[in-house]
Structure formats: structure tokens, C-alpha cells
Write a protein that binds this ligand. Structure first.
Ligand SMILES: *Cc1c(COP(=O)(O)O)cnc(C)c1O
Length: 553
């Protein structure tokens, strides 16, 4: 294809030009919104090819201008994008979607293009909105706002996990008798002669991370924070009826490791996952793990990326008290809260733990150009007390650059705030319940010998303790399954998972992603979109059709 666009005036500031582009974009979004549920979740190979061919081979010399650029995006590029990623039939990973108000807020936020770097209380109240949004997330979970005093809006659970390991690392080193007082990696870099795990520490022992089936981002966090991937140890208990997916800690080994590390005054971060991403399962006995952390001076990081929000359902209420035990806590907004990418939260019990690792150097202080100089002469006459209090609150808030990874960053708290207001506690509870019920319906179909049971095996079934005679259940919102021995996709055949994956996705009715469990391939259906399973949506029928058709090879 030849590049059909002409270089034109690069700068066209006429309002009509922008408004024409905006209208084209809103028309497109409007159309997508009404079609999203029934449209094919992924584009065809041909559409992807065409969009690839539409990419310019080089930068246009003088620019296309607004009109041609927007036309290019809508006509050439969007057909090659994952059109159903935000829709109700995309069941890969755990992707959520975007609620209407959070999508609109994102568009508004872009229009303001405000960077939440420094708290300028004379110029904007954006930092207060961010704090209120962070409070409201805790409120959603019935955790008192003052419980976690350090907090930040982040780009994802990965960033939050990096922050958790960084905060733990520096808080632990501060207690280390092997280092001079006040020593942190954030300030002083790596201590000389760090010993690796297993070596007899003649100098400063490395920090180690003890976990069970942590999300891959914990290894990335260990890599970035200098802890090192080799110092992340997986210590699962043997699988059993009570521990079907091996998410429980081997508590004897955990205590041994903690006790040994404590005797060497070696720092340990224990990472517990709520909602393991493969199965949706939970690590049990968090209070017991926390007690060991306290006894042996370890840092407890809880990664509740999406599973933490299961606490909204009565059967998972206990997660609220468990999340409160964390020294640091990760929660994602762009997964189950259905806020646009990329948005997540990070919390620590003490604000000082966050500022130590992400704030200014205690030696150098904040660079002059990043300092806040509030105008104290702003009139206070005739200002009611409650307003004065609010002003004081805003002025006292820490600049976001001192409690997070980025300096400049987008106003991603605005869509989060909008989603929280739009849905409230009842709305989010309903989404999470509806998503779990949907997974349960698929599970019932898969295990019914007259239906999906003819071809498929459910991998992540749990016993219903209250009703052992009841049919199989899956934890939360994730269904893991594979072809049965009698199917065209027997688990003994290495190619089965890929063949089944393609047989399902090729129909472009639903989209699923592969994984493996206990060394054998399996497919995942993860239900996390706010629209999935709404009355009359046809989503369930789409799943059953896709699985039935695929079963016939
Ligand atoms: C998804 C997930 C992550 C990583 O989250 P991102 O938002 O993709 O960075 C970390 N931990 C768990 C448990 C997750 O489910």
C-alpha cells in the first residue's frame, strides 16, 4: 500500500479543526460502545496485516495535520487493534475493562494534561483528589483510611510490587547491625560484599524474599530493587486436599528460614498473594504468617492485585482483616475495578517507609525547582472553618513525586475516582459477584457429563466445604480447564493446549489464553469485565458455543 496522506500544515490551531477531530473520535467511541458486546473480540489476521501495511515507513516531513492523522488512526489503525479487550468476551489474563464514567474521566484528564508531580495548593487541588480516591479504595474494602498512611497511585501491580520490595528492603536495612546507622540502599547504594543466600555471611547478608507462587512481577521487583531474583525463594507446602494448588506456605520451613535469617540479622520480605493469577486461589493462614513475620522481624508484603477485591463478597470477608496485617499492600485498579490502563495502588502502614525509598535524599533535600512555595497571603478573611481545614489538608499533602516511582505523571487518579463514584460499593460488589457467578456457570457446564464434561476436564475445582455433595466449584472468577482423555485434545499430547487454544480463539466469539498447571497445559477463562454476564448479553451462550464447536476439532 502506498502512503495516501499528504504532508500539510503541521500546526493548525483553529478550534474547528480540533472540534472536527474530536467529533470523529467521539463518533467512533460511541459506535464502539454500542457494538462492543457483540463484536468479535479480536480482529482478523487480514485486518492486522492491513494495519501493519498502513504504518508509514518514516516520519512525515512537515506533518499531516489533525484531520488526516485522526482519519488515519480511525480508518487504518483501529481495525488492527484488540477491539474486544475492553469487552465482555475477552477472557485472557485478568484484564477488566473500562466503566463508562472512568473512560470519560480519562478523556477529560487528558484534556487537562495535568502532571501530578508537585503539590501546588495555590494552583490545583488534584493531589487532594488523588488522596481521596486512595481513601475511597480502602473504604471500598472497609479498611480505615488512616490504616495505611503511605500511599501512591501507580502504573500497575508490577510498579506497586517494586515499591513494596523497595520499601521493605530499606526498612530492613535500617535495622541491620551490619551497617552504619541510617544506611539504606536508596541513599547509599549496595553495601560492600553482600553475601548470597547459603553463603556464610562474613559481611552483610543479602535480603531474601520468601513466597509461594508469587506473580512474575515479584521477580522483576527483586531484579530492579537489587535484591536479586536468586534471593526469591519459593517455599510451598506439599499439595494436598487442603492445599490443592500448592498456595500454602510450608510453615515449618518458613519458620526455619525466618529464624535462621533473624539470628544472622538478615532482612526477609515475605510476599503473600491474594488471588493467584493462574487459578484465582488464595494463600491460606495469613494471620499465622504475619505472626511469624512479627516474631522474626520480617516485612510482610501482600499482593492483592485483583484477588484483594474478592473481600467484597461475604465468603471472602476475612481478606479485609488479612490485608490489614500487611506492611505494604498492592492493589490493581485496571483489573477488577475496571479503570482504564494504567492504574494501580500501593499502600504502606507508615508514610515514612514510602518517603525513605522514594522521597528526596536526606542529605541533599528536594531540588530547588521542585520545591513548593505556597502563597501565605491568600485571603483567609470570611473563609468558613471547614474550608480552612480543607485548605490546610491540601497544603499538608506530600507531593506525589516523593511517594512514587515517577516524577511527572498523568492524572491517573481521575478515572479511578470516577469509577469509584460511579459504581460505589454496591456497583463493584455486583460486578465481582456477577463475574464469579459467570465463572461458576461455565464450571457447571464443563463438569456436566451430558454437556462440556464429554470433552473437557476442569483443573481448578474446589470443594464446597459447607456442601460437599454439591457440584464442582472454581475459586473466584477463573476457570482452568483442558481437553479430557477422550477428547481430540488429550492432555498426554503436547500440542493439545495450542490446538485447543486456536480452535477456540479462531472462532472469534470469545478470547482465552493458555497456561500450564502441574506441568500440563491448560486454558484459562478469567472473567473480570463489568459487562460480562449482564442479563440478555449472550456472553454465556458465546462461551458454550465456542467450547462446543472447538470440542469437535
Ligand atoms: C496482574 C498481577 C500483577 C501484575 O500487575 P500489572 O498490573 O500487570 O502490573 C501482580 N500480581 C498479581 C497477583 C497479579 O494478578
Amino acid at each position: 500500500m502506498t502512503w495516501p496522506y499528504k504532508d500539510t500544515m503541521p500546526i493548525d490551531s483553529a478550534p474547528e479543526t480540533f472540534i472536527a477531530g474530536l467529533t470523529a473520535v467521539t463518533d467512533h467511541i460511541q459506535h464502539r460502545f454500542s457494538e462492543l458486546n457483540d463484536s468479535e473480540p479480536i480482529p482478523s489476521r487480514r485486518e492486522i496485516d492491513a494495519a501493519l501495511q498502513a504504518l508509514p515507513s518514516a516520519l512525515p516531513r512537515s506533518g499531516l495535520g489533525v484531520d488526516a492523522t485522526v482519519h488515519h488512526l480511525i480508518k487504518d489503525i483501529t481495525p488492527g487493534l484488540l477491539r474486544g479487550h475492553a469487552g465482555s468476551r475477552f477472557y485472557g489474563l485478568v484484564t477488566g475493562g473500562v466503566t463508562p464514567a472512568s473512560q470519560l474521566a480519562d478523556i477529560l484528564g487528558t484534556s487537562y494534561d495535568e502532571s501530578l508531580q508537585i503539590n501546588f495548593p495555590d494552583a490545583t487541588m488534584a493531589v487532594a483528589l488523588e488522596q481521596r480516591a486512595l481513601d475511597m479504595v480502602l473504604d471500598l474494602l472497609d479498611i480505615p483510611a488512616e490504616w495505611f498512611k503511605g500511599r501512591s497511585v501507580t502504573t500497575g501491580a508490577t510498579a506497586s510490587n517494586i515499591m513494596g520490595l523497595a520499601c521493605g528492603r530499606d526498612a530492613l536495612l535500617l535495622q541491620s547491625p551490619h551497617l552504619p546507622e541510617g544506611y539504606t540502599i536508596a541513599e547509599h547504594g549496595f553495601p560492600p560484599h553482600i553475601a548470597t543466600v547459603g553463603q556464610s555471611p562474613s559481611s552483610v547478608p543479602a535480603i531474601k524474599v520468601l513466597t509461594v507462587k508469587a506473580h512474575g512481577s515479584i521477580l522483576k521487583a527483586a531484579a530492579i530493587t537489587g535484591i536479586g531474583r536468586a534471593n526469591v525463594l519459593d517455599i510451598p507446602a506439599a499439595t494436598s486436599e487442603e492445599n490443592p494448588w500448592g498456595l500454602a506456605f510450608d510453615t515449618i520451613r518458613l519458620e526455619e528460614e525466618l529464624c535462621q535469617a533473624d539470628s544472622l540479622r538478615q532482612g526477609v520480605i515475605v510476599v503473600v498473594t491474594l488471588g493467584e493469577v493462574n487459578t484465582g486461589g488464595f494463600t491460606p493462614n495469613i494471620p499465622g504468617i504475619e505472626a511469624l513475620c512479627r516474631k522474626y522481624h520480617a516485612w510482610l508484603h501482600i499482593d492483592g492485585a485483583f484477588g484483594g477485591f474478592a473481600a467484597l463478597l461475604p465468603q471472602y470477608r476475612h481478606l479485609v482483616e488479612e490485608m490489614k496485617l500487611a506492611d505494604s499492600l498492592t492493589l490493581d485498579a485496571h483489573k477488577w475495578l475496571n479503570v482504564p490502563y494504567d492504574t494501580a495502588m500501593f499502600y504502606t502502614r507508615k508514610a515514612s517507609d514510602l518517603i525513605r525509598s522514594f522521597g528526596p535524599s536526606p542529605r541533599l533535600g528536594t531540588p530547588a525547582y521542585l520545591q513548593v512555595h505556597a502563597d501565605s497571603a491568600t485571603a483567609t478573611v470570611d473563609v468558613p472553618d471547614d474550608v480552612l481545614k480543607l485548605r490546610e489538608w491540601l497544603s499538608g499533602l506530600t507531593s506525589p513525586l516523593n511517594c512514587g516511582i515517577e516524577n511527572s505523571r498523568r492524572f491517573r487518579a481521575l478515572p479511578l475516582y470516577a469509577g469509584l463514584l460511579e459504581q460505589g460499593k454496591a456497583g463493584y460488589t455486583d460486578i465481582i459477584r456477577r463475574n464469579c457467578d459467570f465463572a461458576q456457570r461455565i464450571c457447571a457446564w464443563l463438569t456436566d457429563p451430558a454437556k462440556g464434561g464429554k470433552w473437557y476436564t476442569l483443573v481448578n475445582s474446589v470443594e464446597d466445604a459447607a456442601n460437599p455433595a454439591s457440584s464442582a466449584k472454581v475459586p473466584l472468577n477463573i476457570v482452568l480447564f483442558r481437553g479430557s482423555h477422550a477428547s481430540c485434545y488429550p492432555p498426554s499430547d503436547m500440542s493439545s493446549t495450542t490446538r485447543l487454544l486456536h480452535a477456540i480463539n479462531r472462532q472469534r466469539l470469545i478470547y482465552v489464553t493458555p497456561t500450564s498447571w502441574a506441568g500440563v497445559g491448560a486454558l484459562r477463562i478469567a472473567v473480570s469485565n463489568w459487562r460480562t454476564g449482564l442479563e440478555g448479553d449472550g456472553d454465556f451462550e458465546a462461551v458454550i458455543t465456542a467450547l462446543s464447536v472447538a470440542a469437535h476439532g
